[in-house]
Design a protein around this ligand. Structure first.
Ligand SMILES: *Cc1c(COP(=O)(O)O)cnc(C)c1O
Length: 423
């Protein structure tokens, strides 16, 4: 970590030394009415569009136009195995083996499919543990799974809550919950990085702990994929799901990713929902066969996938391959560290950063609580050219993305915030 300094010149020096700075030019950066770039801080919500995406999608549109159904075999990137072109690079991004990873469906759908396999309640062990401030979709999904199995959706949810007056979750509290209720909990399902606080959990520690108490463990890594090194395989988690439209820059509503740990890859006893795409590739088109389960994460697919969306994912993953997730994370730590340094200059009585200060316990996002603030502050920030995210009652979430945000972006952002606070 460099020693940070004040002033624009220092920001520009950091940009000049940035080993991956050229990637910023490979993205479309939204502009205001006067043609000036916005300071885009919402890559945690919708990542920006790589300039190559259009080309990747156009290739498939052209092949479709020229080849029709033959495109399944004859397209430049044949559609039949198209998802396989994504597997290896996606596996690298999340730290998994190719056998463990599949791009399919969307996040909440995948979460349900994973719960079909890994939420197996019994009369005495049926509860699901989640974070008290889980992303709403995850909470709704979990509650509906409880109802689906005939359990009460309030009584069946165990919440891991922050202590009074605190924002972050404490592992001692998780241990205590498991010691007292562990034998009633069938599944632990947490955000790998909490979407609100930006707290990056120790996935391995949680998975190990959960397994010790006989629980299955899964993570929603929507805020982790493409942001931090998840090391999903080594975490030992049973499953993980994520989306590709946040840090993976694959476009609004694009397909999700799914991880199933290798130790489940060949277990045909594991209950699941299936379709023709979970069937053996060699005999899939005979159309008459008895069901023959594909091994690995691929064996959870249902349908033939949307190629146009996958083309956008391929455009993004090819860039991630080129840059390397290690290099991204390296810049990310310096960029967010610099952001934190500048925010602290505004006075810790005015600004409180909820996100953990330890770089290993967060990704790029900082969640900033501003004293006595209301949405007015956020509106002014937007009017001044900053796109950030407001969570009531008083939190601004900003995610400097190492692929396309610069140190100068951060400098300007904090200057604007300071000017508004000084008014
Ligand atoms: C973004 C996000 C989602 C969104 O789910 P979709 O099914 O893609 O709409 C769900 N969970 C978390 C934690 C998220 O951050």
């Amino acid at each position: 970590m460099p020693e940070y300094k004040l002033g624009l010149e220092f920001a520009q020096q950091l940009d000049a030394k940035d080993a991956i700075k050229s990637y910023r030019n490979q993205f479309h950066i939204p502009k205001d009415k006067t043609g000036k770039n916005f300071i885009y801080m919402t890559g945690n919500s919708l990542g920006l569009q790589p300039k190559t995406t259009k080309q990747y999608i156009n290739q498939e549109l052209e092949d479709w136009a020229n080849l029709g159904v033959e495109g399944h075999f004859e397209a430049k990137n044949p559609w039949l195995p198209y998802h396989e072109f994504l597997t290896e690079s996606m596996a690298k991004v999340v730290g998994a083996k190719p056998l463990e990873v599949i791009v399919m469906n969307t996040l909440t759908t995948n979460l349900h499919l994973m719960m079909v396999s890994f939420y197996k309640p019994t009369k005495t062990r049926y509860k699901i543990l989640i974070e008290s401030d889980a992303f709403p979709s995850d909470k709704y999904a979990v509650e509906s799974q409880l109802r689906h199995h005939g359990f009460d959706d309030k009584e069946g949810v165990v919440l891991w809550k922050p202590r009074k007056g605190e924002e972050l979750l404490n592992y001692d509290d998780l241990e205590k919950i498991l010691e007292t209720q562990g034998d009633e909990i069938a599944l632990i399902m947490l955000g790998g990085i909490n979407y609100y606080t930006g707290q990056f959990f120790d996935l391995k520690r949680i998975a190990t702990l959960g397994h010790k108490f006989g629980c299955n463990v899964g993570f929603d890594c929507a805020h982790g994929a493409g942001n931090v090194q998840l090391n999903l395989h080594d975490s030992g988690a049973d499953f993980a799901v994520w989306c590709t439209y946040k840090y993976l820059n694959a476009g609004p509503g694009s397909l999700g990713g799914c991880f199933v740990h290798e130790r489940h890859a060949h277990n045909k006893e594991l209950n699941r929902f299936t379709g023709w795409w979970s069937h053996n590739k060699k005999t899939r088109f005979n159309m008459r066969n008895e069901f023959d389960q594909l091994p690995g994460a691929e064996g959870w697919q249902l349908s033939n996938p949307p190629i146009l969306s996958m083309a956008a994912i391929k455009a993004s993953l090819d860039m991630f391959q080129e840059v390397g997730i290690e290099n991204l994370v390296k810049k990310s730590k310096t960029l967010t560290g610099y952001f934190e340094f500048l925010l602290k200059q505004l006075g810790e009585d005015v600004i409180k950063i909820i996100t953990p200060s330890h770089p290993e316990e967060r990704g790029c996002q900082l969640s900033i609580q501003v004293k006595n603030a209301n949405k007015n502050l956020h509106d002014k920030l937007t009017a001044s050219g900053v796109i950030s995210d407001w969570r009531s009652p008083d939190v601004i979430r900003c995610a400097p993305v190492p692929l396309y945000n610069s140190y100068e972006d951060i400098f300007n952002l904090v200057e604007k915030l300071k000017a508004i606070l000084d008014e």
